[in-house]
Design a protein around this ligand. Structure first.
Ligand code: MTE
Length: 310
């Protein structure tokens, strides 16, 4: 596997490095003193980049500049402006990190991140991410299929949905002091979507440990759905018989459906979804059904009216 190195921004385009590198990288970069009053111990990297293998389903489209992918983010817990996650998320402590597993499952409990990761081979997969706001990126994620973890956790026969929840920590997340949505951020998938081999639990990007602003230490990546389904910084995974209500659905049910499949034919009530702006390109390109993954996932929705189940 070729390792990607975050490039140095030219002085003309200075986003200070501390804004786009995660805290642990800042520490490694020797800026520990500047952060000392806030920082704890140096986090242990959750994986060795040398152990990552090339995974399936990757697109060979050009990668998005990592400075855009790590500097232009949606992570509303850290603020609603695109630059705020990179400016604020370094304060989030991502080690130690536990994920609580609950509900219709034979192996509930509180799992340390290391225990969640240990049995899994980490893969690099280059996926497109299409945000509901009309922009898209191509990102080399490092992760493993969610299906592999779900299989280990042994959901019961009643489990039909899986729900995820993000950390809420007012001390480090200025965004959660305002009720932009009903925190914690919650997302969910139908079990067959969660078990689909494209669905990834990611712990890194560009061959490196996940930057905080992109959802460290562990996030979901569901490439055929709008980006808001790809929930960041997961602290709970819950198995349900009944379909859970997700945060965006609760906030604006006419605008954000449970499925959120990328669909150029179903407009958002306030804007068209027919085209997208690929970050780094000029002009717009047509958006593909299921974000270009129709061959892999369209069958999951056979017989469903995707205008109704948007
Ligand atoms: N997860 C949490 N917890 N909070 C958020 O605000 N934003 C979502 C998703 N996951 C969001 C989140 C949206 S709208 C998008 S487009 C993607 O994260 C952006 O991921 P990126 O910043 O890694 O590109």
């Amino acid at each position: 596997m070729t390792r990607y190195r975050f490039s140095e921004p030219p002085p003309s385009e200075i986003t200070p490095k501390a804004l786009w590198l995660s805290r642990r990288e800042v520490m490694r970069a020797g800026l520990a003193l500047a952060l000392a009053p806030l920082a704890g111990t140096v986090d242990a990297a959750p994986f060795d980049p040398e152990q990552v293998v090339a995974g399936p389903f990757s697109t060979d489209e050009p990668l998005t500049d990592p400075r855009a992918a790590t500097g232009y983010n949606n992570f509303y817990e850290f603020g609603t402006r695109k630059s705020e996650p990179a400016a604020n998320a370094w304060r989030m402590q991502t080690s130690p990190w536990d994920v609580v597993v609950e509900g219709e499952v034979a192996r509930p409990g509180r799992y340390g991140l290391e225990d969640l990761l240990r049995p899994h081979t980490l893969e690099e997969r280059v996926y497109r991410l299409r945000c509901v706001e009309g922009w898209s990126m191509v990102i080399p994620w490092v992760g493993f299929p969610l299906a592999a973890l779900i299989t280990r956790l042994e959901p019961t026969s009643r489990a039909r949905y899986v729900e995820f929840e993000t950390l809420v920590d007012e001390a480090v997340m200025p965004g959660v002091r305002r009720p932009v949505i009903a925190w914690p951020y919650r997302e969910a998938l139908r079990m067959d979507e969660a078990l689909h081999p494209l669905t990834l639990l990611a712990v890194g990007m560009y061959g490196e440990v996940m930057p905080n602003q992109n959802g460290a230490p562990i996030r979901l990546v569901v490439p055929w759905k709008y980006g808001f389904k790809s929930i960041k910084s997961i602290v709970a995974i819950r198995f349900h018989e009944q379909r859970p209500v997700t945060s965006w659905e609760q906030q604006a049910p006419r605008e954000y459906g449970f499925y959120a499949n990328v669909n150029p034919e179903v407009d958002h009530p306030r804007w068209s979804q027919a085209s997208e702006r690929r970050i780094g390109e000029s002009g717009r390109r047509p958006t593909l059904p299921f974000n270009g993954y129709a061959e892999q996932v369209a069958h999951l929705y056979d017989g469903m009216d995707l205008r109704r189940y948007f």
